[in-house]
Design a protein around this ligand. Structure first.
Ligand code: ADP
Ligand code: MG
Length: 265
């Protein structure tokens, strides 16, 4: 994976926050977030990962994005831990504005931005925020995820796939980010399952059209989805001591190619 080496002349990213966005939902944001958390921790670095807004969330779901992120950080996904990193939780698997409307509540956009800033100010090391869906998901009746990213202005990873249509989605998303002066740290192609399009050709074509705006990194599909089999559900705290007994939920992030250089100095 030669392409996973740091680009020449990259700037110091130590302790800088990172926002993970994507071309859409189910693309690989959580997989990338958990892999990064795991890799940073393996290097002995402190990491604070947040999933401030989650929809389609139920308390019983041991494989929610929030639970997976906590586990990758070695934290047991207790109700308190979940509430601490995901204050805005909605039941319906819908855009947050619609999911919120069903529950008669709405995200306070400024509180959301403040939450991220405050958590980053408190964090000892790297802060990573997983967004929600793609770059223009309505959060409430006035703001989308693009407004959230713009307000934070944090370095951003744009995760995409190799599915048919991904190139257009990626370039459209990139244009939105660039238009709003949101720094794009890298574009990650997480190879889509059963894609009819070559991920290598997707990468080559994206590199042509991205024109050096950000490095393009390809992550192969790692086989079985890591999400459903929670063989470790009886032992939710997956700290380093749990490694020899890890269930499938942990295997994806341990197999992910090196990405932590994105956060390195
Ligand atoms: N490169 C990959 N290899 C294997 N499985 C992947 C890969 N990327 C994503 N997945 C799986 O695809 C599903 C959707 O990914 P996820 O990270 O949850 O997307 P998002 O957070 O963008 O909604 C999950 O089951 C995840 O484990
Ligand atoms: Mg996710």
């Amino acid at each position: 994976m030669e392409r996973n080496h740091p680009p020449a002349g990259k700037q110091s990213m130590s302790k800088k926050p990172l926002f993970i966005t994507a071309t859409g939902t189910g693309i690989g944001k959580t997989a990338t977030t958990t892999a990064l958390c795991w890799q940073l921790r393996q290097k002995g670095k402190a990491v604070t990962a947040l999933k401030p807004v989650i929809s389609g969330y139920t308390t019983e779901d041991e494989t929610s994005d929030t639970a997976l992120i906590l586990k990758a950080c070695g934290i047991s996904p207790t109700p308190e831990a979940i509430a601490a990193i995901s204050p805005w939780r909605f039941k319906a698997p819908l855009a947050p504005n619609m999911a919120g409307a069903l529950e008669g509540r709405e995200i306070d956009f400024h509180a959301l931005v403040e939450f991220c800033r405050d958590q980053q100010a408190l964090a000892a090391g790297q802060t990573i925020v997983e967004g929600v869906g793609g770059v223009h998901v309505p959060l409430n009746s006035t703001h989308t995820t693009a407004d959230w990213m713009q307000a934070l202005n944090w370095p951003t990873l744009l995760v995409t796939g190799s599915y048919l249509g991904a190139i257009s989605h990626t370039l459209s998303a990139l244009e939105v980010l660039q238009h709003r002066n949101i720094p794009v740290r890298a574009i990650i192609i997480s190879e889509s399952e059963n894609s009819t399009v070559s991920p290598h050709e997707t990468m080559a074509t994206l590199e042509l059209f991205v024109r050096g705006a950000a490095p393009v990194i390809m992550i192969p599909h790692m086989g079985d989805s890591a999400r459903p089999n929670m063989g470790d559900s009886a032992r939710p705290n997956m700290g380093d001591s749990a490694r020899p007994h890890m269930g499938d939920s942990a295997r994806l992030w341990t197999r992910w190619p090196p990405l932590s250089w994105i956060c390195d100095e």
